[in-house]
Design a binder for this molecule. Structure first.
Ligand code: ADP
Length: 507
């Protein structure tokens, strides 16, 4: 039976030979955010960059995103693709409009599900006060619309690549409501976990709204302590699962990192792998970056100082060449180690350093940082906003980049920082552990500073070590050289995704 399946696939895949089956050709990437259209974090960077790398490997790839208010039709030249797409939901039939454009200058088609009642809002998932109350409905509708879009386009991908809880119902729908529809039967699904901490957990009364039947509300399916869990749906019903670094793939099977879903992940251990995210160096590159005052490479690396001067001037801090600037660009959430920073802020700022923060997130961290800003106006600059330009100026203008995460599925900040010659100070967890190597005692190896346990004193220790190393010019120069030449481009990771798509398709 399996042999028959394989041979049918081979026949369908263009260019296939019996010795060397062609890789899956048609991929649909579905996500709740994607750069440049809408971004709150690393997921958007991945969604904006992976298709560009996959298309170079010969894939036909399309993207589906919600049409948020921030996705300007003029700026992105959106065209109406479908008016009034019928979307059957549990509470009755609804409609979506579908708009489309290309991703940048590529052939990748990006589709946007438009339904103003759900997506025409300032935030993507909520406000600083909390999540939107109807997120269960918003993303069930997004999932169902995506599947109906395929029918309307008469375009059925080999693999649907899903990302995070917002897309978790798609595999569930395929294995239930669409299971007897021929066109959908061959579609395989890959579910990528970008963060186990966000699960899409809702009261069970939302289940009828999704259109799924109560028989799916079981512990071995999408029920989680008497609630509906969209992430769990993705993990249970998809054909394969991956996460965004090898270390996090191992960590999430443990009680410490599994966020209650470690049992499910252990059951699916054979289908779970880790692929490190890449960085899009067309976007993140000090040699070409137009947002910084002077472009630089390793060879004229001293021009990085112009970014440091601009950054400090803009933030009203005094420029002192011998004082290291430490940057932090982050969502302000429990995950990112802000409690550790607040614990050591006094001895930290007693050192000869300047600390520049850019971030948005939990109100309590906004308040905490505002208080600190008032106490340390000459050493600390707190910017509570989302600002891509300032982010780039911080990567370029800082000497070090702080990322003491409690857990970190992959983390892009540390990789971007390395490219800009800002040395990462990180905790040994998840993707941070896979990408940053601690400076060796004699200073000849390593790309950053790494501490092991989530303890304030350990963080303070590596900050001290980093500041010491900063004042040893030879060691620092070589450290920056090693960091800047690390290659985290997408090419290698995209090949791993292509292999994984092929593997899923042959299952
Ligand atoms: P996460 O996805 O957990 O938020 P990552 O390190 O994977 O963290 O990705 C964060 C991305 O979001 C990086 O590109 C970073 O530069 C960007 N970013 C985070 N906060 C801000 C902000 N306030 N302004 C601009 N960019 C930000």
């Amino acid at each position: 039976m399996d042999a028959l399946k394989n041979s049918l696939f081979k026949k369908e895949a263009p260019g296939a030979t019996s010795r060397n089956p062609a890789p899956p050709h048609k991929i649909l990437l579905v996500a709740s955010e994607g750069y440049p259209f809408a971004k709150t974090g690393g997921l958007a960077d991945v969604v904006g960059a992976l298709p560009r790398a996959l298309i170079k490997l010969g894939c036909e790839i399309a993207l589906v995103l919600p049409k948020y208010k921030s996705v300007s039709p003029e700026k992105y030249r959106l065209k109406y693709e479908i008016n009034g797409l019928a979307v059957p939901m549990g509470m009755g039939d609804m409609t979506a409009d579908v708009l489309s454009t290309r991703l940048g200058d590529t052939q990748v088609k990006a589709y946007f599900i438009q339904c103003d009642r759900y997506f025409d809002r300032d935030g993507l998932y909520g406000t600083p006060e909390g999540d939107y109350h109807d997120n269960a409905e918003r993303f069930a509708f997004f999932c169902r619309s995506t599947l109906e879009l395929l029918r309307a386009l008469d375009w059925y991908p080999d693999v649907i690549h899903l990302n995070d809880w917002q897309t978790g119902l798609i595999p569930a729908y395929l294995k239930t409501l669409y299971a007897d529809q021929k066109a959908y039967q061959k579609i395989k699904t890959l579910f990528t976990i970008h963060n186990m901490a966000y699960q899409g957990l809702f009261p069970k009364y939302v289940l009828p709204m999704t259109g799924l039947r109560w028989e799916e509300f079981k512990q071995e399916k999408l029920e989680f302590y008497d609630q509906v869990n969209y992430l769990k749906a993705g993990l249970v019903y998809s054909d394969a699962i991956n996460t965004v670094s090898p270390t996090y793939a191992a960590e999430i099977k443990t009680d410490e990192f599994g966020q209650g879903l470690q049992g499910v992940l252990n059951i699916r251990a054979e289908d779970l792998s880790g692929i490190l995210n890449g960085i899009d160096y067309d976007e993140w590159n000090p040699a070409t970056d137009k947002e910084i005052p002077a472009q630089y490479t390793l060879k004229n690396h001293d021009r990085k100082t112009e970014s440091k001067v601009k950054l400090l001037t803009e933030l009203e801090l005094e420029f002192k060449a011998q004082t290291p600037v430490i940057g932090l660009v982050s969502r302000l959430s429990d995950q990112k180690g802000l409690d550790l920073i607040s614990e050591i802020i006094e001895p930290f700022l007693a050192m000869d350093v300047q600390f520049v923060i850019l971030g948005t997130g939990d109100i309590r961290y906004h308040e905490m940082l505002q208080t600190l800003q008032q106490r340390y106006p000459k050493k600390l600059a707190v910017n509570l906003k989302y600002d891509n330009r300032l982010a780039k100026l911080i990567y370029a203008g800082s000497d070090m980049f702080l990322m003491p995460s409690r857990f970190e599925p992959c983390g892009l900040g540390q990789m971007i920082a390395m490219k800009y010659g800002s040395i990462p100070l990180v905790r040994k967890t998840g993707g941070l552990s896979d990408t940053v190597e601690n400076l060796s005692p004699e200073g000849k190896k390593g790309t950053g500073f790494v501490f092991e346990n989530y303890q304030a004193q350990e963080l303070l220790f590596i900050i001290r070590r980093a500041v010491e190393a900063f004042h040893q010019p030879k060691i620092w120069k070589e450290l920056v050289q090693r960091a800047m030449t690390k290659d985290f481009s997408w090419d290698a990771s995209a090949k791993q995704y292509l292999d994984l798509y092929g593997h899923i398709q042959r299952k």
